[in-house]
Design a protein around this ligand. Structure first.
Ligand SMILES: [Zn+2]
Length: 91
């Protein structure tokens, strides 16, 4: 697979996940899918190291509370799954 096809595949995957989140209440990612997605995005180690915070409620993102992954203005944004989180205001 060449690099452009690979990038397209990731973009499409992200797009599908974002769409899925917007049409449903919660993104349901199975563990295996989540690992492979994080690895494809190069975020696996960062998430496991607690490098991400939810931008809405500032909780540390872990594999257990990872809710949605989105690409906003070229930046990867990860939001938590907490029911207290006000991420529903997302545009
Ligand atoms: Zn949150």
């Amino acid at each position: 697979m060449n690099i452009q096809a690979f990038i397209f595949k990731i973009k499409r995957l992200l797009y599908l996940i974002i769409r899925r989140f917007q049409s449903q209440e919660v993104l349901a990612v199975y563990d295996n899918d989540l690992d492979s997605l994080l690895k494809k995005l190069g975020l696996f180690d960062e998430v496991n190291n607690g490098a991400f915070q939810c931008p809405e409620c500032c909780i540390k993102i872990t594999r257990e509370n990872l809710g949605t992954i989105s690409n906003e203005n070229g930046a990867i944004i990860i939001r938590c799954l907490s029911t207290n989180c006000k991420s529903k205001e997302q545009t």
